[in-house]
Design a protein around this ligand. Sequence first.
Ligand code: DLL
Length: 432
Amino acid sequence: MIWNETKECMSRDEIETMQSARLVKVVNRVYHNVPYYRNKMQQLGLEPGDIHGLEDLHKLPFTTYEDLRDTYPFGLAAVPKSEVVRLHASSGTTGKPKIAVYTRRDIDIWAECVARCMTMIGITREDVIQVAYGYGLFTGGLGAHYGAEEMGALVIPMSTGNTQKLITMMIDCEATAIACTPSYLLHVAETLKAKNLLDKVKLKYAICGAEPWTDSMRKQMEDTLGIKAYDIYGLTEICGPGVATDCQYHKGLHIWEDHFLPEIIDPVTMEQTPNESGELVITTLTKEGMPLIRYRTKDLTSIDKTKCECGRTMARIQRFKGRTDDMLIIKGVNVFPSQVEEAVLNVPGVTAHYMMLVDRIDNEDSLEVQVEVENTDILNDANLKQDTYNKVRKEIRRTIGLHADITLLEPKALEHSQGKTKHVTDNRKLYQ
Ligand code: DLL
């Protein structure tokens, strides 16, 4: 299929008329098919007939991570399981992951959104694209894969974990595009440089997301690899990659407003603040499997609805300024400090006093977890110390899926605050 961009160039009035009609439909769908939403609306004295369009959006209840947790695993599904064809998940603050389910049509629309993103940055069916996001529960791999395939590009499903193989295939198969996290692409660029292989590479485009990155990172990867690098945004709960991406002017990420209705709210008052920075809230307008009404993403940004220099009229999300929660993205993996706490508390002999030190060294994320032991005997007995060290490392790996460097500290070595204890020092400075 050739991507026709008419939808991207509708007038603001046309976009908003379409959004209003779709909003009414999705509100009806959740009211009639998701008891959780029906209850929420009834508690506010709302019926679907009260929602006539965008002007009534503010009346609708928000959906939060806590709602997903409370209805885990399928409580927000709006269709029977027989209509669900896919499930993805990402980390929650502790314990259970956040789950999203998709019907066949959801997968098709998602692929279309990713295909639009790729078309927008210049990728065509002549391109060979390496998808080096993780395949599996994470939405990155399969999301980018289906989008690129839908467009007709040749997709190499690399997944993550083997840079040498990625480089070999990049050169041998003459890959012209890559989809991966920005930090990983910098690592690939450094490796190519160190091996003197840069002149063997035919890459032209990179489509990077899943974690915050800066313009200086973009410049570094563009200069080293001689490519154009673009930003792609998304989240499991909404669909995965492909919610928004930036065009050649890099003045914000165009969000596909025919499918995703964005709002900005003040995270404290929860009032709409359309002309200011605040928390991005998204309503899915066409999703069948798990439609979400006013989902609070916890991502901080602002929205520009003026026409872009590229001619597109779909609103632009500005570079993210941070999150309202303490979620970190380390090596592309979402990590909450509470998960680290959960892990260390599973190990006998260590305390709940821990500190996460996050850094980026040679373009690779590093995580050190410092944790206090209960008593110094553990540190004085070499076997016991090694055993405790191994257990902490293993528990952390099991809980967050990442290897961390572990430092065992004496009791009271860390600052014990009476107020809100600081558990993270992140030296990467990823938000601009
Ligand atoms: O990261 C989906 C994705 C995969 C997006 C591949 C782009 C490319 P989650 O694991 O659910 O989903 O994490 C979602 O990651 O709320 C943001 O905080 C952050 N994030 C995603 N993309 C970007 C980006 C995927 N381009 C969370 N810039 C989101 C900054 C991003 N942060």
